[in-house]
Design a protein around this ligand. Structure first.
Ligand code: ADP
Length: 503
């Protein structure tokens, strides 16, 4: 191993902190992970101990450094769960309380009051984001209100409010660096997409003093040096920070036009790189994909709450959950292939409402078109098809953006191991679906940005380090036939929207 060529990328997610060491060619050498606890102290509240995010991250980084040898480490890179907010005291680094995670809806009431004041259009125009408790701004407001004189202390610079990247950086550098990257800043709802800085009107609306916020820096570049962390030598440069979904998009294709990313998991995130912050597509978020040190790249994003989750629900409901995991995975490919169609069944998994592009929290799920001949295989196939239709609905909405192009859908996540699902997605969209052969895509994206900074490379030259993809080519004759089904699916979605939430 050449000296000083290893990049250690931390992927600090919601359920795990994982550190991955990559060699000079981008190959994964070793990885270590720790599970993270998630607490739900009240209905709708979701939080994680802020100290735990740090201790687990530092521990996995230290373990990986020990394995590869500190002398070989060139730089650290961070990809992180987005929107989660942390507050801490500047003088001693003590958190104000737990990290309020992205899923937490404790600020739904405040968000509703913003809607009632008619602020939605203004907020969307400035930040690219709809009003929702998901984003960090309302959570930061809540954190300030949770301690005595919080706003006053923030105004006098005694409290720091940050995204997870800034919290980890602060701790990795012994309190020397207080910065976040553009992608994380763009998910706070305090960031003006057009001026590329914190926005005074948004700060006033959410009651956040500017002095409490981190400095915003390019995702690729020097953020600071490790300092006073147990098990981690001082002086290792942190050379990249980026939100996890954005990092995966970067690792799939460096943001080339036409490379649209879909992460399949419990839910899904679909993200496309675009050249401008002007969106005009109300149903989707406009955000910063990254700043690679050369320029700011914007992203269009749609989040779908129930994709793999629809399969999980169907698996439980049809008794398939009794199978051992490997057999279940096999069945999830074999069952849908064993029938020619769903026999006209459509499953709209609006289990807690519909996300992008429909945004209807009152919609509830339905299975439409049951007839006597419908068997388990048809139902499972309907659940799998529902993933592909939902992804296609978001992609279709993205087409409204002037810059949008689709040459390939780049995919990652657990359900993408299902070949039947991938082929159906390719046929439905009429474009190739490209599955990454590495699972640590977010870590890899952050590592690529650090490699760029460390070697001073233009982004285009990172192409040599990109992971291989398995390609699923569309059958265009089938693509034509599937359009009718896609329309029928859309009628089924409309029906779920006519329903109201359960009484
Ligand atoms: P997350 O990152 O959201 O925890 P994963 O990427 O591990 O999720 O994916 C888990 C989801 O994928 C579950 O909802 C599960 O139902 C679904 N899933 C798992 N295996 C398959 C498969 N072979 N085909 C389709 N969906 C699957």
């Amino acid at each position: 191993m050449a000296s000083k060529e290893v990049i250690i990328a931390l992927d600090e997610g919601t359920t795990n902190a994982k550190a991955v060491a990559l060699d000079a060619s981008g190959k994964v050498l070793v990885s270590r992970s720790r599970a993270l606890s998630i607490n739900t102290p009240r209905e709708g509240w979701v939080e994680q101990p802020a100290e735990l995010l740090v201790s687990a991250s530092l521990a996995v980084i230290a373990e990986v450094i020990e394995t590869v040898g500190a002398d070989n480490v060139a730089a650290l890179a961070i990809s992180n769960q987005r929107e989660t907010a942390v507050g801490w005291y500047r003088n001693n680094g003590r958190p104000l309380g737990a990290a309020i995670t992205w899923q937490c809806s404790r600020t739904a009431g405040f968000c509703q009051s913003l809607r009632q004041q008619g602020k939605e259009a203004q907020i969307k125009a400035v930040t690219g984001l709809p009003i929702a408790p998901l984003f960090s701004a309302s959570k930061m407001r809540w954190l300030l209100e949770s301690v005595p004189n919080g706003v006053g202390l923030a105004e006098s610079g005694e409290i720091c409010l940050g995204t997870v990247d800034s919290w980890l950086l602060w701790n990795l550098t012994g309190g020397d660096a207080f910065c976040c990257d553009y992608s994380n800043a763009a998910r706070t709802q305090l960031f003006n997409l057009h001026t590329a800085n914190w926005d005074d009107e948004m700060l006033a609306l959410f009651g956040i003093p500017r002095q409490a916020l981190p400095e915003i820096r390019p995702s690729s570049g020097l953020f600071g040096y490790t300092h006073k962390c147990a098990g981690i030598p001082d002086g290792i440069p942190v050379m990249a920070m980026i939100g996890d979904s954005h990092a995966a998009l970067f690792a799939h294709g460096l943001g080339s036009a036409g490379c649209v990313k879909a992460t399949y998991g419990t839910g899904s995130s679909v993200m496309a790189p675009v050249n401008s912050a002007q969106s005009g597509v109300d149903a989707l978020a406009t955000t910063v994909a990254w700043h690679d040190g050369e320029r700011l790249v914007y992203g269009l994003e749609g989040n779908i709450p129930h994709t793999g989750d629809a399969v999980a629900w169907m698996v439980e409901s049809t008794g398939l959950d009794l199978l051992p995991p490997s057999e279940l995975a096999q069945q999830l490919s074999q069952l849908p292939a064993s029938v020619d169609s769903t026999l006209g069944v459509y499953f709209v998994p609006a289990l807690t409402g519909l996300g992008a592009p429909w945004w209807d929290e009152n919609a509830r799920g339905m299975i439409r078109g049951l007839s006597r001949g419908v068997k388990r295989a048809h139902l499972v196939r309907a659940a799998l098809e529902s993933i592909t239709y939902q992804i296609a609905d978001v992609v279709m909405t993205m087409r409204q953006h002037d810059d949008f192009a689709l040459t390939a859908l780049m995919v990652d996540g657990g359900p993408t191991r299902n070949d039947w699902l991938m082929q159906y997605q390719a046929d439905l969209l009429g474009c190739p679906v490209m599955r990454s052969d590495v699972t640590e895509l977010s870590a890899m994206g952050a590592a690529l940005l650090a490699r760029k900074a460390q070697r001073g490379l233009p982004t285009a030259e990172l192409r040599q380090f990109l992971p291989e993809h398995v390609s699923f080519q569309p059958d265009m004759a089938r693509h034509g036939r599937l359009q009718k089904r896609w329309h029928e699916w859309q009628s089924a979605v409309e029906l779920t929207r006519l329903q109201t939430a359960p009484l």
